[in-house]
Design a protein. Sequence first.
Length: 138
Amino acid sequence: MPAILALPHIWKYLVAWFAMLLVSIANGVVRDLTYGTHMSALAAHQVSTACGMVLLGLVIRVVDRLAPPSCAREAVAIGLFWATLTIAFEFIFFHYVGAHSWAALLANYNVLEGRVWVFLLLWIAVAPYVFFRLRRPV
C-alpha cells in the first residue's frame, strides 16, 4: 500500500493550503471593511465563518478535481493535514505575531458563547473526504 501523502504528493496539498490561507485572509478583510462594521463582533464572526466554509468548500472542490486523492484514507489524511496546519497557523501566528493572548485564541472555540470557528475547522478536516465520496460513492 502506498504511503499516505507521500512526499511528492504532499507539496500539492501544501500549496492548496496556502491558497486556502489567502482566501481566508481575503474573507477576513472583507468582513473587517464591510459588514463587520455594521454588526456586533460575534455576529460578524459567525457570518465570516459561514462565508469561509462556503469559500473554502469551493477551493477544496477545485483541489479535489485537479489533484484528487487516490483513496478514502488519503482524503482523510489531507483533511487532517489541512486542519492541523490551520490550527498551528492560528495559534502561532496570532499569538506571536498578532500578540493575542492564549485565552483570547482559545475563546474562539467556545461554542456555548456563540463562537463557531470550530465548525470551520471541522469542515476543513472532513471536506476532502466528503468531496472524494461525492466523486466516488461507496
